[in-house]
Write a protein that binds this ligand. Sequence first.
Ligand code: KIV
Length: 264
Amino acid sequence: MAKVTSAMIQKMRLDKDPVTMLTCTDASFAGMLDQAEVDMFLIGDSLGMVIQGDNSTLGVTMGDMVYHTRCVAKATNRALIVGDLPFGSYQKSPEQAIENAIELMAAGAQMVKLEGGVVMSDTVRFLVDRGIPVCGHIGLTPQSVHALGGFKVQGKSEEAINDLIVAAKALEQSGASAIVLELVPNDVGGRVTEAINIPVIGIGAGPYCSGQVLNLYDMLDIYQGRKPKFVKNFMADSSSILDAVKAYVTEVKAGTFPGPEHCF
Ligand code: KIV
Protein backbone atom coordinates (compact mmCIF):
# COMPACT_ATOMS: atom_id res chain seq x y z
CA MET A 1 0.00 0.00 0.00
CA ALA A 2 1.59 3.30 -1.07
CA LYS A 3 1.50 5.95 1.63
CA VAL A 4 -0.75 8.91 0.73
CA THR A 5 1.19 12.18 0.68
CA SER A 6 0.34 15.87 0.22
CA ALA A 7 1.66 15.61 -3.34
CA MET A 8 -0.72 12.71 -4.01
CA ILE A 9 -3.79 14.60 -2.81
CA GLN A 10 -2.72 17.53 -4.97
CA LYS A 11 -2.47 15.18 -7.98
CA MET A 12 -5.91 13.76 -7.14
CA ARG A 13 -7.31 17.30 -7.29
CA LEU A 14 -5.73 17.82 -10.72
CA ASP A 15 -7.01 14.43 -11.95
CA LYS A 16 -10.48 15.21 -10.53
CA ASP A 17 -10.24 12.04 -8.43
CA PRO A 18 -12.23 12.94 -5.26
CA VAL A 19 -10.23 12.81 -2.04
CA THR A 20 -11.83 10.75 0.74
CA MET A 21 -11.39 11.77 4.36
CA LEU A 22 -12.99 10.50 7.58
CA THR A 23 -12.39 11.36 11.19
CA CYS A 24 -10.55 8.63 13.06
CA THR A 25 -9.67 8.49 16.73
CA ASP A 26 -8.40 5.02 17.60
CA ALA A 27 -6.19 2.19 16.36
CA SER A 28 -8.98 -0.29 15.59
CA PHE A 29 -10.84 2.14 13.34
CA ALA A 30 -7.54 3.28 11.79
CA GLY A 31 -6.74 -0.30 10.72
CA MET A 32 -10.22 -0.73 9.24
CA LEU A 33 -10.30 2.64 7.46
CA ASP A 34 -6.86 1.92 6.00
CA GLN A 35 -8.20 -1.40 4.63
CA ALA A 36 -11.03 0.54 2.98
CA GLU A 37 -8.43 2.90 1.46
CA VAL A 38 -9.75 6.14 2.95
CA ASP A 39 -7.17 8.68 1.73
CA MET A 40 -6.97 10.97 4.76
CA PHE A 41 -7.70 10.44 8.45
CA LEU A 42 -8.63 13.46 10.52
CA ILE A 43 -8.10 13.26 14.25
CA GLY A 44 -10.81 15.88 14.57
CA ASP A 45 -11.56 17.86 17.68
CA SER A 46 -15.18 16.80 17.09
CA LEU A 47 -14.05 13.95 19.36
CA GLY A 48 -15.04 16.38 22.13
CA MET A 49 -18.66 15.82 21.07
CA VAL A 50 -18.77 12.24 19.78
CA ILE A 51 -16.41 10.66 22.35
CA GLN A 52 -16.33 13.02 25.31
CA GLY A 53 -20.04 13.96 25.24
CA ASP A 54 -19.64 17.75 25.20
CA ASN A 55 -21.95 19.97 23.16
CA SER A 56 -19.08 21.74 21.39
CA THR A 57 -15.42 21.16 20.53
CA LEU A 58 -14.20 23.88 22.88
CA GLY A 59 -13.18 21.67 25.80
CA VAL A 60 -10.75 19.49 23.84
CA THR A 61 -7.14 19.79 25.04
CA MET A 62 -3.75 19.23 23.41
CA GLY A 63 -3.40 16.21 25.71
CA ASP A 64 -6.57 14.70 24.19
CA MET A 65 -5.36 15.36 20.64
CA VAL A 66 -1.90 13.91 21.26
CA TYR A 67 -3.40 10.79 22.84
CA HIS A 68 -5.79 10.09 19.95
CA THR A 69 -3.20 10.98 17.29
CA ARG A 70 -0.82 8.43 18.82
CA CYS A 71 -3.53 5.74 18.83
CA VAL A 72 -4.35 6.35 15.16
CA ALA A 73 -0.75 6.66 13.96
CA LYS A 74 0.22 3.26 15.40
CA ALA A 75 -2.28 1.44 13.14
CA THR A 76 -2.07 3.56 9.97
CA ASN A 77 0.05 2.51 7.02
CA ARG A 78 -1.59 4.19 4.03
CA ALA A 79 -3.70 7.24 4.91
CA LEU A 80 -2.36 10.76 5.36
CA ILE A 81 -2.91 11.64 9.03
CA VAL A 82 -4.17 15.14 9.84
CA GLY A 83 -4.32 16.30 13.45
CA ASP A 84 -6.59 19.13 14.59
CA LEU A 85 -5.07 21.90 16.66
CA PRO A 86 -7.72 22.33 19.39
CA PHE A 87 -9.33 25.58 20.57
CA GLY A 88 -6.84 27.86 22.31
CA SER A 89 -3.75 25.98 21.09
CA TYR A 90 -2.80 28.25 18.15
CA GLN A 91 -4.79 31.50 18.20
CA LYS A 92 -2.44 33.43 20.52
CA SER A 93 0.64 33.56 18.27
CA PRO A 94 2.57 31.69 15.59
CA GLU A 95 5.00 30.62 18.35
CA GLN A 96 2.17 29.03 20.33
CA ALA A 97 0.91 27.34 17.15
CA ILE A 98 4.27 25.83 16.27
CA GLU A 99 4.89 24.53 19.76
CA ASN A 100 1.59 22.63 19.67
CA ALA A 101 1.89 21.61 16.01
CA ILE A 102 5.27 20.03 16.83
CA GLU A 103 3.61 18.01 19.61
CA LEU A 104 0.97 16.69 17.17
CA MET A 105 3.59 15.87 14.53
CA ALA A 106 5.72 14.07 17.11
CA ALA A 107 2.63 12.02 18.04
CA GLY A 108 2.24 10.91 14.41
CA ALA A 109 0.32 13.61 12.53
CA GLN A 110 1.62 14.35 9.04
CA MET A 111 -0.34 17.59 8.70
CA VAL A 112 -2.11 19.86 11.19
CA LYS A 113 -5.47 21.55 10.71
CA LEU A 114 -6.48 24.89 12.13
CA GLU A 115 -9.60 27.00 11.80
CA GLY A 116 -9.74 30.51 10.33
CA GLY A 117 -8.96 32.35 7.11
CA VAL A 118 -7.12 35.63 6.58
CA VAL A 119 -6.50 36.11 10.29
CA MET A 120 -4.61 32.80 10.46
CA SER A 121 -2.58 33.22 7.26
CA ASP A 122 0.60 34.49 8.98
CA THR A 123 0.45 31.54 11.36
CA VAL A 124 0.00 29.13 8.45
CA ARG A 125 3.02 30.65 6.68
CA PHE A 126 5.06 30.41 9.91
CA LEU A 127 4.27 26.68 10.27
CA VAL A 128 4.75 25.84 6.59
CA ASP A 129 8.12 27.63 6.44
CA ARG A 130 9.25 25.45 9.33
CA GLY A 131 8.29 22.18 7.68
CA ILE A 132 4.78 21.61 9.03
CA PRO A 133 2.11 20.92 6.38
CA VAL A 134 -1.15 22.73 7.18
CA CYS A 135 -4.79 22.17 6.27
CA GLY A 136 -7.00 25.25 6.70
CA HIS A 137 -10.66 25.14 7.76
CA ILE A 138 -13.18 27.80 6.71
CA GLY A 139 -16.95 28.18 6.40
CA LEU A 140 -18.58 26.95 9.59
CA THR A 141 -15.66 26.81 11.98
CA PRO A 142 -16.94 24.90 15.05
CA GLN A 143 -14.41 26.46 17.44
CA SER A 144 -16.17 29.81 16.73
CA VAL A 145 -19.66 28.40 17.28
CA HIS A 146 -20.53 31.07 19.85
CA ALA A 147 -19.31 33.92 17.64
CA LEU A 148 -21.24 32.47 14.68
CA GLY A 149 -24.42 32.07 16.75
CA GLY A 150 -24.70 28.28 16.29
CA PHE A 151 -23.99 25.57 13.73
CA LYS A 152 -25.43 27.58 10.83
CA VAL A 153 -24.96 27.46 7.05
CA GLN A 154 -22.29 29.99 6.00
CA GLY A 155 -21.75 31.86 2.72
CA LYS A 156 -25.35 32.98 2.30
CA SER A 157 -24.70 36.48 0.89
CA GLU A 158 -22.45 37.65 -1.94
CA GLU A 159 -20.30 39.47 0.64
CA ALA A 160 -19.92 36.31 2.75
CA ILE A 161 -19.02 34.29 -0.37
CA ASN A 162 -16.37 36.84 -1.32
CA ASP A 163 -14.97 36.66 2.21
CA LEU A 164 -14.71 32.86 1.88
CA ILE A 165 -12.91 33.15 -1.46
CA VAL A 166 -10.51 35.75 -0.03
CA ALA A 167 -9.89 33.45 2.97
CA ALA A 168 -9.23 30.43 0.75
CA LYS A 169 -6.79 32.40 -1.40
CA ALA A 170 -4.98 33.76 1.67
CA LEU A 171 -4.54 30.23 3.04
CA GLU A 172 -3.32 28.95 -0.33
CA GLN A 173 -0.84 31.82 -0.64
CA SER A 174 0.41 31.08 2.87
CA GLY A 175 1.31 27.56 1.78
CA ALA A 176 -1.62 25.51 3.07
CA SER A 177 -1.76 22.04 1.47
CA ALA A 178 -5.56 21.74 1.58
CA ILE A 179 -8.65 23.38 3.01
CA VAL A 180 -11.69 21.93 4.77
CA LEU A 181 -14.82 23.88 3.79
CA GLU A 182 -17.78 23.32 6.09
CA LEU A 183 -21.50 23.97 5.74
CA VAL A 184 -22.00 26.17 2.70
CA PRO A 185 -24.42 25.95 -0.24
CA ASN A 186 -23.35 23.76 -3.21
CA ASP A 187 -22.54 26.65 -5.54
CA VAL A 188 -20.35 28.25 -2.87
CA GLY A 189 -18.45 24.96 -2.47
CA GLY A 190 -17.90 25.02 -6.22
CA ARG A 191 -16.84 28.68 -6.34
CA VAL A 192 -14.30 28.32 -3.53
CA THR A 193 -12.94 25.11 -5.12
CA GLU A 194 -12.56 26.83 -8.50
CA ALA A 195 -10.87 29.88 -6.96
CA ILE A 196 -7.80 28.05 -5.66
CA ASN A 197 -5.32 25.39 -6.75
CA ILE A 198 -5.19 23.23 -3.62
CA PRO A 199 -7.73 20.54 -2.65
CA VAL A 200 -10.93 21.72 -0.98
CA ILE A 201 -12.39 18.96 1.19
CA GLY A 202 -16.06 19.63 1.82
CA ILE A 203 -18.35 18.72 4.70
CA GLY A 204 -21.86 19.89 3.99
CA ALA A 205 -20.35 21.90 1.14
CA GLY A 206 -21.85 20.02 -1.79
CA PRO A 207 -20.55 17.85 -4.62
CA TYR A 208 -18.27 20.34 -6.39
CA CYS A 209 -15.40 20.20 -3.87
CA SER A 210 -12.17 18.25 -4.52
CA GLY A 211 -13.05 15.76 -1.79
CA GLN A 212 -15.38 14.97 1.10
CA VAL A 213 -15.03 14.47 4.83
CA LEU A 214 -17.51 13.16 7.40
CA ASN A 215 -17.31 12.35 11.05
CA LEU A 216 -16.97 8.55 11.34
CA TYR A 217 -19.37 8.38 14.29
CA ASP A 218 -22.00 10.26 12.24
CA MET A 219 -21.75 8.17 9.08
CA LEU A 220 -21.83 4.93 11.08
CA ASP A 221 -24.83 6.27 13.05
CA ILE A 222 -23.00 5.78 16.36
CA TYR A 223 -23.39 9.39 17.51
CA GLN A 224 -26.91 9.95 18.83
CA GLY A 225 -26.72 13.75 19.11
CA ARG A 226 -27.64 16.34 16.47
CA LYS A 227 -27.86 14.77 12.99
CA PRO A 228 -26.90 17.33 10.36
CA LYS A 229 -28.60 17.13 6.96
CA PHE A 230 -25.24 16.59 5.21
CA VAL A 231 -24.64 13.25 6.95
CA LYS A 232 -25.55 9.95 5.30
CA ASN A 233 -25.97 6.86 7.47
CA PHE A 234 -23.78 4.39 5.56
CA MET A 235 -24.63 1.60 8.03
CA ALA A 236 -28.24 1.56 6.86
CA ASP A 237 -27.41 -0.57 3.80
CA SER A 238 -24.24 -2.29 5.04
CA SER A 239 -23.73 -5.49 6.99
CA SER A 240 -20.49 -4.41 8.66
CA ILE A 241 -18.55 -1.27 9.56
CA LEU A 242 -15.92 -2.14 6.97
CA ASP A 243 -18.60 -2.40 4.26
CA ALA A 244 -20.09 0.94 5.32
CA VAL A 245 -16.71 2.66 5.07
CA LYS A 246 -16.05 1.01 1.71
CA ALA A 247 -19.46 2.24 0.49
CA TYR A 248 -18.51 5.78 1.55
CA VAL A 249 -15.24 5.57 -0.41
CA THR A 250 -17.04 4.16 -3.47
CA GLU A 251 -19.77 6.81 -3.39
CA VAL A 252 -17.39 9.74 -2.90
CA LYS A 253 -15.12 8.48 -5.69
CA ALA A 254 -18.13 7.98 -7.98
CA GLY A 255 -19.52 11.43 -7.16
CA THR A 256 -22.81 9.98 -5.87
CA PHE A 257 -22.22 11.21 -2.30
CA PRO A 258 -23.21 13.86 -1.36
CA GLY A 259 -26.60 13.62 -3.06
CA PRO A 260 -29.13 16.47 -3.32
CA GLU A 261 -30.67 15.44 0.01
CA HIS A 262 -27.34 16.15 1.79
CA CYS A 263 -26.82 19.59 0.26
CA PHE A 264 -27.77 23.21 0.88
O1 KIV B 1 -13.24 17.86 13.97
C1 KIV B 1 -13.84 17.56 12.94
O2 KIV B 1 -14.52 16.51 12.84
C2 KIV B 1 -13.73 18.44 11.80
C3 KIV B 1 -14.64 18.16 10.64
C4 KIV B 1 -15.79 19.09 10.72
C5 KIV B 1 -13.95 18.28 9.35
O3 KIV B 1 -13.00 19.38 11.81
